[in-house]
Ligand binder design. Structure first.
Ligand code: COA
Length: 383
């Protein structure tokens, strides 16, 4: 048999597996979780319902949702010994490095870490999903040199996160805004971090290894790290009237506009539609329109400038409007990507469960482009 000779740079449009969790239609700008359109889900369900949906085949009924809520409540507290070690992490380290290390550390305190059975993996999925918000809030509080706040039972993931982050009970508008953001970020097919998770567990390594690998991939600015860069961009622009100039300068000097463009969507990312709406609502209810107005001006300026360059398929992605939403909710900029993880842990664990339910080692090939066959010259003759 001859060796394989074709490849697609960046695995663009390569089908690398089957999945019944999420469908992304890049031409029509559609995102579907197990048959439900993301706009329908964002309007009519909560993050906890989405968690159930991603881990199972359908939305929960009332008693299934209550049972999941009880399980999440029972598991939100991070093991005390893990928290003691987390408090010793170096001050000022990048938040995604802190989170990746903290999640890896949790494996030591989970009695099911080495058990790859379906029941054990489901228990780990619950623990990881319940504890991700607690961890991110705790890391943010530590970075501000403020005491850690314990989670509260009977409250949503969104409510708990905002409460543990700020110390104030969030109002309904803030809780709902974060909840919708969590729904929108929950899963996205074989994006880089989910693929990394599936590659890691495809070796029959454990769920914590998979999630740790995924968090490493999520951190980069071409992926989850883009929301931080968007906020930096908005701050640098500072005024909607500066948007055109900023965009022209960036494109003229070959810099990418963060939060714009997508590997799969060749039209507007459907998540950006909901987040734009959410950003405007928060701007109006908080009386702070500045960040929404700059975002809208940059989106318009980018659309015009990119179309003039024949790149009209580059539109706002999920990270573009999530930046202004998170900022108005009081989330520190450097913690935007960890907040992405508070939601995405649901999709990551769903994909890990699916991968291990029908596992095959993921091991692609490369076309060798190195030197032709040659002989080793002993070191003494190499000068
Ligand atoms: N701003 C300006 N130009 C962009 C751009 C952006 N945000 N995104 C892509 N382009 C241009 C590239 O410069 C390239 O132009 P060229 O063909 O003239 O060289 C072309 O569009 C293709 O871009 P490329 O980076 O090769 O596409 P990709 O599919 O590999 O990358 C992203 C997809 C998402 C990584 C890319 O659009 C990007 O870097 N966006 C900004 C980061 C971001 O928001 N990431 C979060 C994604 S959800």
């Amino acid at each position: 048999m001859s060796e394989p000779k074709t490849f697609k740079e960046g695995l663009e449009d390569v089908i690398a597996g089957e999945s019944s969790i999420t469908d992304v239609n890049g031409t029509e700008g559609k995102l579907i979780f197990r048959g439900y359109d993301i706009h329908d889900l964002a309007l009519n369900s909560t993050f906890e319902e989405i968690v159930f949906l991603l881990w199972n085949d359908d939305l929960p009924n009332r008693s299934q949702l209550e049972a999941l809520g009880d399980e999440l409540d029972a598991n939100r507290t991070v093991p005390a010994e893990a928290m003691r070690l987390i408090k010793q992490f170096p001050a000022g380290a990048p938040p995604m490095d802190l989170l990746r290390t903290a999640v890896s550390l949790l494996a030591f305190y989970d009695p099911d870490t080495g058990d790859n059975s379906i029941p054990a993996n489901r228990r780990k999925a619950v623990r990881l999903t319940a504890q991700m918000g607690t961890l991110v809030a705790a890391l943010a509080r530590l970075s501000m040199d403020r005491p850690i706040i314990e989670p509260v039972s009977g409250k949503s993931t969104a409510w708990n996160f905002l409460y543990m982050l700020t110390g104030d009970e969030p109002d309904h508008i803030a809780e709902h805004a974060l909840d919708v953001a969590l729904v929108l970020h929950a899963d996205h097919e074989l994006n880089a971090s989910t693929f990394a998770a599936r590659v890691a567990v495809g070796t029959l390594s454990d769920m914590y290894s998979g999630v740790t690998a995924a968090l490493g991939a999520l951190a980069g600015p071409l992926h989850g790290g883009a929301n931080v860069e968007v906020m930096h961009m908005l701050e640098q622009i500072g005024d909607p009237r500066e948007a055109d100039r900023f965009v022209e300068d960036a494109l003229a000097s070959g810099r990418k506009l963060m939060g714009i463009g997508h590997r799969v969507y060749k039209t507007l990312d459907p998540r950006a539609v909901s987040l734009r709406y959410m950003s405007r609502q928060l701007a109006e209810s908080s009386g702070n329109r500045k960040w929404y107005d700059i975002s809208e001006a940059v989106e318009g300026a980018a659309e015009k400038a990119l179309a003039a360059k024949g790149k009209s398929t580059l539109k706002a992605n999920v990270d573009f409007f999530s930046a202004s939403v998170y900022h108005v909710l009081g989330i520190p900029t450097e913690f935007f990507t960890p907040v992405f993880a508070v939601s995405r842990i649901s999709g990551l664990t769903a994909h890990i469960l699916e991968q291990l339910g029908n596992n095959k080692l993921i091991r692609p090939r490369a076309i060798y482009t190195g030197p032709e066959s040659r002989k080793v010259m002993p070191l003494v003759h190499r000068g």
